[in-house]
Design a protein around this ligand. Structure first.
Ligand code: SF4
Ligand code: SF4
Length: 202
Protein backbone atom coordinates (compact mmCIF):
# COMPACT_ATOMS: atom_id res chain seq x y z
CA UNK A 1 0.00 0.00 0.00
CA UNK A 2 2.99 2.31 0.73
CA UNK A 3 6.73 2.11 0.05
CA UNK A 4 8.37 -0.20 2.60
CA UNK A 5 9.85 2.11 5.30
CA UNK A 6 13.00 -0.04 5.39
CA UNK A 7 13.51 0.40 1.64
CA UNK A 8 15.28 3.54 0.39
CA UNK A 9 13.94 5.71 -2.43
CA UNK A 10 15.04 4.52 -5.88
CA UNK A 11 16.92 7.84 -6.28
CA UNK A 12 18.84 7.31 -3.00
CA UNK A 13 22.36 5.88 -2.87
CA UNK A 14 22.00 4.47 0.68
CA UNK A 15 21.28 0.79 1.12
CA UNK A 16 18.97 1.43 4.10
CA UNK A 17 17.43 4.36 6.01
CA UNK A 18 18.63 3.19 9.45
CA UNK A 19 20.97 6.03 10.51
CA UNK A 20 20.06 8.58 7.87
CA UNK A 21 19.77 12.13 9.31
CA UNK A 22 17.25 13.02 6.58
CA UNK A 23 14.76 10.58 8.08
CA UNK A 24 13.73 12.94 10.88
CA UNK A 25 13.59 16.05 8.69
CA UNK A 26 11.83 14.88 5.54
CA UNK A 27 9.26 12.30 4.59
CA UNK A 28 10.84 9.92 2.12
CA UNK A 29 8.17 7.42 3.18
CA UNK A 30 4.46 7.80 3.71
CA UNK A 31 1.87 5.97 5.77
CA UNK A 32 -1.87 5.56 6.27
CA UNK A 33 -1.96 7.92 9.27
CA UNK A 34 -0.57 10.78 7.15
CA UNK A 35 -3.04 10.06 4.35
CA UNK A 36 -6.01 9.98 6.76
CA UNK A 37 -4.79 13.23 8.36
CA UNK A 38 -4.55 14.84 4.90
CA UNK A 39 -8.11 13.82 4.04
CA UNK A 40 -9.33 15.07 7.44
CA UNK A 41 -7.72 18.47 6.79
CA UNK A 42 -9.13 19.01 3.28
CA UNK A 43 -12.50 17.23 3.49
CA UNK A 44 -14.41 19.77 5.68
CA UNK A 45 -13.81 22.57 3.12
CA UNK A 46 -14.79 20.25 0.26
CA UNK A 47 -18.03 19.27 2.05
CA UNK A 48 -19.02 22.86 2.88
CA UNK A 49 -18.10 24.12 -0.62
CA UNK A 50 -19.94 21.21 -2.22
CA UNK A 51 -23.04 21.77 -0.10
CA UNK A 52 -23.03 25.44 -1.10
CA UNK A 53 -22.98 24.47 -4.77
CA UNK A 54 -25.74 21.87 -4.31
CA UNK A 55 -28.15 24.30 -2.63
CA UNK A 56 -27.66 26.65 -5.61
CA UNK A 57 -28.03 23.97 -8.29
CA UNK A 58 -27.02 20.30 -7.82
CA UNK A 59 -25.93 20.00 -11.47
CA UNK A 60 -22.95 22.30 -10.91
CA UNK A 61 -21.42 19.87 -8.40
CA UNK A 62 -20.76 17.47 -11.30
CA UNK A 63 -18.49 20.07 -12.91
CA UNK A 64 -16.60 20.53 -9.62
CA UNK A 65 -16.11 16.79 -9.19
CA UNK A 66 -14.83 16.51 -12.79
CA UNK A 67 -12.46 19.42 -12.13
CA UNK A 68 -11.08 17.59 -9.06
CA UNK A 69 -10.56 14.37 -11.02
CA UNK A 70 -8.91 16.08 -14.01
CA UNK A 71 -6.71 18.43 -11.96
CA UNK A 72 -5.61 16.19 -9.06
CA UNK A 73 -5.66 13.00 -11.13
CA UNK A 74 -3.81 14.22 -14.22
CA UNK A 75 -2.85 17.91 -14.56
CA UNK A 76 -1.22 18.46 -11.16
CA UNK A 77 0.50 15.10 -11.47
CA UNK A 78 2.09 16.17 -14.76
CA UNK A 79 3.16 19.70 -13.85
CA UNK A 80 4.14 19.15 -10.19
CA UNK A 81 4.22 15.54 -8.94
CA UNK A 82 6.27 14.25 -11.89
CA UNK A 83 9.16 16.27 -10.37
CA UNK A 84 8.83 14.49 -7.00
CA UNK A 85 11.40 11.80 -6.02
CA UNK A 86 8.45 9.66 -4.87
CA UNK A 87 7.24 9.69 -8.49
CA UNK A 88 10.51 8.00 -9.53
CA UNK A 89 9.66 4.70 -7.80
CA UNK A 90 9.86 2.22 -10.70
CA UNK A 91 7.55 -0.42 -9.25
CA UNK A 92 4.59 1.85 -8.59
CA UNK A 93 2.05 2.45 -11.35
CA UNK A 94 0.25 5.06 -9.23
CA UNK A 95 1.24 7.44 -6.44
CA UNK A 96 1.40 5.96 -2.94
CA UNK A 97 1.96 9.13 -0.94
CA UNK A 98 0.22 11.30 1.65
CA UNK A 99 -1.79 13.49 -0.72
CA UNK A 100 -2.54 12.39 -4.30
CA UNK A 101 -2.74 8.73 -3.35
CA UNK A 102 -3.79 6.55 -6.29
CA UNK A 103 -3.26 9.11 -9.07
CA UNK A 104 -1.85 7.35 -12.14
CA UNK A 105 1.77 7.88 -13.16
CA UNK A 106 1.22 8.46 -16.87
CA UNK A 107 4.33 10.57 -17.40
CA UNK A 108 7.99 9.87 -16.85
CA UNK A 109 9.85 11.14 -13.78
CA UNK A 110 11.31 14.59 -14.45
CA UNK A 111 13.70 15.54 -11.65
CA UNK A 112 14.61 19.19 -11.12
CA UNK A 113 12.61 22.41 -10.85
CA UNK A 114 9.23 23.13 -12.43
CA UNK A 115 9.21 25.46 -15.46
CA UNK A 116 7.44 28.82 -15.27
CA UNK A 117 4.58 27.44 -17.40
CA UNK A 118 4.16 24.49 -15.04
CA UNK A 119 4.04 26.80 -12.03
CA UNK A 120 1.39 28.98 -13.70
CA UNK A 121 -0.75 25.93 -14.59
CA UNK A 122 -0.32 24.51 -11.06
CA UNK A 123 -1.33 27.74 -9.30
CA UNK A 124 -4.10 28.74 -11.74
CA UNK A 125 -5.65 25.27 -11.53
CA UNK A 126 -5.61 25.29 -7.73
CA UNK A 127 -7.12 28.81 -7.55
CA UNK A 128 -9.89 27.93 -10.05
CA UNK A 129 -10.82 24.75 -8.14
CA UNK A 130 -10.87 26.32 -4.68
CA UNK A 131 -12.65 29.48 -5.87
CA UNK A 132 -15.30 27.55 -7.83
CA UNK A 133 -17.92 27.35 -5.01
CA UNK A 134 -17.64 31.08 -4.16
CA UNK A 135 -19.84 32.55 -6.97
CA UNK A 136 -22.61 30.05 -6.16
CA UNK A 137 -22.48 30.95 -2.46
CA UNK A 138 -22.76 34.65 -3.34
CA UNK A 139 -25.40 34.33 -6.09
CA UNK A 140 -27.73 32.28 -3.91
CA UNK A 141 -28.50 35.54 -2.05
CA UNK A 142 -29.52 33.82 1.20
CA UNK A 143 -28.27 34.18 4.77
CA UNK A 144 -27.37 30.46 4.85
CA UNK A 145 -25.17 30.74 1.77
CA UNK A 146 -23.34 33.76 3.23
CA UNK A 147 -22.72 31.80 6.45
CA UNK A 148 -21.43 28.87 4.36
CA UNK A 149 -19.20 31.29 2.45
CA UNK A 150 -17.64 32.46 5.72
CA UNK A 151 -17.16 28.90 6.96
CA UNK A 152 -15.70 27.88 3.59
CA UNK A 153 -13.19 30.73 3.77
CA UNK A 154 -12.13 29.73 7.30
CA UNK A 155 -11.83 26.04 6.39
CA UNK A 156 -9.81 26.72 3.23
CA UNK A 157 -7.45 29.05 5.10
CA UNK A 158 -7.05 26.55 7.96
CA UNK A 159 -6.37 23.68 5.55
CA UNK A 160 -3.78 25.78 3.70
CA UNK A 161 -2.06 26.72 6.98
CA UNK A 162 -2.02 23.13 8.30
CA UNK A 163 -0.74 21.66 5.04
CA UNK A 164 2.00 24.30 4.76
CA UNK A 165 3.10 23.63 8.35
CA UNK A 166 2.83 19.85 8.61
CA UNK A 167 3.20 18.65 5.02
CA UNK A 168 5.03 21.19 2.82
CA UNK A 169 7.77 21.59 5.48
CA UNK A 170 8.63 17.88 5.26
CA UNK A 171 8.00 17.24 1.55
CA UNK A 172 10.70 15.80 -0.72
CA UNK A 173 9.33 17.57 -3.80
CA UNK A 174 11.43 20.77 -3.66
CA UNK A 175 10.07 21.78 -7.07
CA UNK A 176 6.60 22.56 -5.70
CA UNK A 177 6.01 26.33 -5.21
CA UNK A 178 4.51 25.55 -1.79
CA UNK A 179 7.53 23.60 -0.55
CA UNK A 180 8.84 24.97 2.77
CA UNK A 181 11.99 22.89 3.29
CA UNK A 182 15.03 25.03 4.07
CA UNK A 183 18.26 24.86 2.10
CA UNK A 184 20.33 23.02 4.73
CA UNK A 185 17.87 20.13 4.77
CA UNK A 186 17.62 20.17 0.97
CA UNK A 187 21.41 19.81 0.80
CA UNK A 188 21.30 16.80 3.13
CA UNK A 189 18.72 15.17 0.86
CA UNK A 190 20.76 16.03 -2.25
CA UNK A 191 23.85 14.40 -0.72
CA UNK A 192 21.97 11.07 -0.67
CA UNK A 193 20.06 11.53 -3.92
CA UNK A 194 22.57 12.34 -6.65
CA UNK A 195 20.06 12.11 -9.54
CA UNK A 196 17.91 14.76 -7.90
CA UNK A 197 20.91 16.94 -7.07
CA UNK A 198 22.26 16.79 -10.64
CA UNK A 199 18.89 17.80 -12.06
CA UNK A 200 18.76 20.85 -9.74
CA UNK A 201 22.35 21.91 -10.55
CA UNK A 202 21.98 21.85 -14.37
S1 SF4 B 1 17.47 10.09 2.07
FE1 SF4 B 1 17.57 7.92 1.50
S2 SF4 B 1 18.37 6.88 3.33
FE2 SF4 B 1 17.67 8.91 3.97
S3 SF4 B 1 15.56 8.58 4.70
FE3 SF4 B 1 15.47 9.19 2.54
S4 SF4 B 1 15.44 7.25 1.38
FE4 SF4 B 1 16.14 6.77 3.46
S1 SF4 C 1 4.52 16.10 -4.72
FE1 SF4 C 1 3.30 15.47 -2.93
S2 SF4 C 1 1.41 14.71 -3.80
FE2 SF4 C 1 2.89 14.74 -5.46
S3 SF4 C 1 3.85 12.71 -5.48
FE3 SF4 C 1 5.13 14.00 -4.19
S4 SF4 C 1 4.37 13.67 -2.14
FE4 SF4 C 1 2.78 12.95 -3.52
Amino acid sequence: MFLNPRQTLSTCKNSDCEDCPVKKELNCHFNLKQLVRFITIVMPAAIVGGYGIVIYNPLYIIIWILMFIIYFGFVEIRVMCSHCPHYAEPNMKSLKCWANYGSPKLWKYRPGPMSMTEKIIFKAGAIIIFAYPIPFLILKLELLSYILLGIYGVLISTAFFLLKKYYCSYCINFACPLNNVDNKIREKFFSKNQVVKDAWRQ
